[in-house]
Design a protein. Structure first.
Length: 253
C-alpha cells in the first residue's frame, strides 16, 4: 500500500527533531516496561517550542517525522538490547487514512529491526477529534499488532465519554489526578475507582506524573502496576534512563 499523499505533499519541517526518552516502570520488576518518546527541538528545546513551529502545512509531515525520529533514535540508544517497548505519541487529526499513514512507520521499524509488537501509540484528545475516526485508527493499529493508549486520561476531553466510544489497550491517568494523591482523599478515590473501572474493561493503567515517594506508595497500594514520572526517572535526550527505585517500593507480584 502506498503512503499517505497528505503526508507526502505537506511542507517539509524547517528543523530536525531530537527525542528524549522516559521510562514507564513496572513496579513488579522495577524495570522499564516501555519508554515514552518525547519530541524535542534540534538543541533540546521543549515540546512546546517544537509545537510552536508547526502549522497546518507542516502538521502531517510533523506527525510522520516524530514517528521516524522516535523509532530510529530509540534503537540508536539501545532499545533492542532489552525487552522494553517504545511508546509514541501521535496526532489523530494528522492521520488521513490509518493504513496509508502507517506505511512509513512500518518501513522504519523493519529497517531498524524493531518488532511491531514492541510499539505503543498514545493519543490525547486535547484537540477536537472525531471519535469514529479515532476508533478506525485504533482498530487498524490493533490489527497490525500495535498497542494503543489514551494519554492524559481525566483531563480535557480524554474522559469517560471517550472511553465509552472506544477501548484502547492502555489508559494513562493524567498527572493532574496523580499530583498529591497521597494527601487528597478525593483524588485517591477517583484514581482507585478509575483503576477498578478500566480493569473490568480489560484495559491496563499507567499512572503518569509521579513526583514523590508518597504518591508512588498510594498508587502501589491501589494496585497500579505501571508508573511514570520524575520521581522514577527524568527524560533523557538520546538516552534510555533506568529508574531509580528502592526495592521496598516495588509492588508484590
Amino acid at each position: 500500500m502506498a503512503g499517505c499523499s497528505g503526508c507526502a505533499d505537506g511542507k517539509a519541517l524547517p528543523f530536525a527533531l531530537a527525542v528524549a526518552f522516559q521510562p514507564i516502570v513496572d513496579l513488579e520488576t522495577g524495570l522499564p516496561y516501555a519508554y515514552e518518546a518525547l519530541i524535542r527541538g534540534p538543541e533540546g528545546q521543549s515540546a512546546a517550542w517544537v509545537l510552536g513551529q508547526i502549522d497546518d502545512e507542516t502538521r502531517y509531515r510533523f506527525d510522520q517525522a516524530c514517528r521516524v525520529a522516535a523509532i530510529t533514535q530509540a534503537v540508536d540508544a539501545g532499545l533492542l538490547t532489552g525487552d522494553a517497548k517504545l511508546s509514541i505519541n501521535f496526532m489523530p487529526n494528522a492521520v488521513y487514512s490509518p493504513m496509508a499513514c502507517i506505511q512509513l512507520t512500518l518501513k522504519t521499524a523493519r529497517k531498524v529491526g524493531l518488532p511491531i509488537d514492541r510499539l505503543i501509540f498514545e493519543f490525547t484528545e486535547n484537540e477536537k477529534i472525531d471519535p469514529d475516526h479515532v476508533r478506525a485508527i485504533v482498530e487498524a493499529y490493533r490489527a497490525l499488532g500495535f498497542a494503543t493508549a489514551i494519554d492524559d486520561f481525566g483531563a480535557g476531553h480524554a474522559g469517560l465519554g471517550l472511553l465509552a466510544n472506544l477501548q484502547t489497550d492502555w489508559i494513562k491517568i493524567d498527572m493532574g489526578l496523580i499530583r498529591g494523591v497521597d494527601a487528597s482523599k478525593p483524588r485517591r478515590q477517583i484514581v482507585d475507582a478509575t483503576v477498578r473501572l478500566v480493569r473490568e474493561l480489560g484495559i491496563a493503567v499507567i499512572a503518569e506524573g509521579v513526583e514523590t515517594a508518597g504518591e508512588l506508595a498510594v498508587l502501589r497500594d491501589i494496585g497500579v502496576r505501571y508508573v511514570q514520572g520524575f520521581y522514577l526517572a527524568r527524560p533523557a535526550l538520546g538516552r534510555l534512563p533506568m529508574p531509580d527505585l528502592d526495592p521496598r517500593q516495588l509492588r508484590a507480584a
